[in-house]
Design a binder for this molecule. Structure first.
Ligand code: TPP
Length: 343
């Protein structure tokens, strides 16, 4: 029972505990939370049409966010792109402030000015997210440069998709980070699609994203991104390397998004990808996989998952109710916190 209580204690697993069984349960719990929050938001978004923001869900990709963030300290800074809810939550971002942001409220994490693609939680070490593809790759590289100059034992981390690896700034940033041996971890979530365009239609046969990063002399690990413990182990080794001042590292994590590129729906009816392909990846669900792996040591793991689902769905619904009753920003303050407000 000690194990279960420890797992209940946190939705932000860290690697400081020696007990890997406890940690693995915590990883599972953290993934269940991300999944439940996104599923509740997807339902509410579709049924109410009240959130005035695009939403890019990571449903099916939870192991990448949770596995990587479990290897980080609060003072390490994470950046993300448009598909950022899971990264924000896994790094310890405030759920209520995220949901209020989706509803455009003043209590949102970006004061209701940014929407779902502009999440931030400085206290949790979640630096920023942006829908400009590749932008945060450069920002994370700059942050790592600052850490290196300050000789701070901190690591900058940036999540991005396979599509973002095709931006020029990807190459400029990796080259600079390798040259200066910066403490930055690049995490490519390779979910095979950029909108509806599959990887083989965009990149030459026989080449790969990790190979391109390796071309700059950056050590690369390619990992099954739906295996949360494998992701955590690879991330822990990479973060240790960065923190020790040995330069950047690169993780390529193979995974798959279940829902449409943007929005709460499924997209197999639109012709871009087949129902069979989506189903084959749903059979590789990271949560089902982690649950099965834990069954031997924790026979009641399914019951735990069911209880967590109830708990987190309720938490998400409360955050939605809270956001809906929160104040809107004042029209007169529209430019507050923006460049337009600067004297
Ligand atoms: C500089 C820039 N170019 C194009 C876009 C339009 N765009 C938004 S998301 C996206 C696809 C992103 O694919 P990927 O990086 O693989 O991330 P995923 O959506 O698969 O998580 C594109 C092309 C953009 N936001 N920014």
């Amino acid at each position: 029972m000690t194990v279960t209580r420890a797992a209940e204690a946190s939705v932000h697993p860290r690697i400081d505990s020696e007990d890997t069984h406890v940690n693995d349960l915590q990883l599972l719990r953290a993934m269940v939370r991300v999944r439940c929050v996104e599923e509740v938001l997807a339902d509410v978004y579709r049924d109410e049409q009240e959130m005035r923001t695009p939403v890019h869900f990571s449903i099916g990709q939870e192991a990448t966010a949770v596995g990587v963030c479990a290897a980080l300290r609060t003072e390490d800074i994470v950046y993300s792109g448009h598909r950022c809810h899971a990264h924000y939550l896994a790094k310890g971002g405030d759920l209520r402030a995220m949901v209020a942001e989706l509803y455009g409220r003043e209590s949102g994490c970006a004061a209701g000015r940014g929407g779902s693609v502009h999440l931030v939680d400085e206290a949790a070490g979640f630096g920023a997210s942006s829908a400009i593809l590749g932008e945060m790759i450069a920002v994370a590289t700059g942050t790592a440069w600052a850490f290196a100059r300050e000789r701070a034992p901190r690591v900058a981390v940036t999540f991005f998709g396979d599509g973002a690896s095709e931006e020029g700034v990807f190459h400029e940033s990796l080259n600079f980070a390798a040259l200066r041996r910066l403490p930055v971890l690049y995490v490519c979530e390779n979910n095979q699609y950029s909108l509806t365009s599959p990887l083989p239609a965009r990149q030459p046969a026989g080449t790969g994203i990790g190979e391109r990063a390796g071309g700059y002399g950056i050590p690369v690990s390619r990992v099954d991104g739906n295996d949360v413990t494998a992701v955590r182990s690879a991330a822990a080794a990479a973060v240790e390397h960065c923190r020790a001042g040995r330069g950047p590292r690169f993780l390529e994590l193979d995974t798959y998004r279940w829902r449409e590129h943007v929005g709460p729906n499924w997209d197999h009816e639109h012709g871009g990808r087949s129902r069979a392909e989506v189903r084959s990846w749903m059979r590789r669900c990271p949560i089902a996989r982690a649950t099965a792996a834990l069954r031997g040591g924790e026979p009641s793991v399914e019951k735990l998952v069911t209880a967590w689902e109830e708990e987190f769905r309720a938490e998400a619904r409360t955050a939605v109710a809270h956001a809906k009753s929160a104040a809107w920003p004042k029209v007169g303050d529209l430019l507050a916190g923006t460049y337009g407000d600067m004297k």
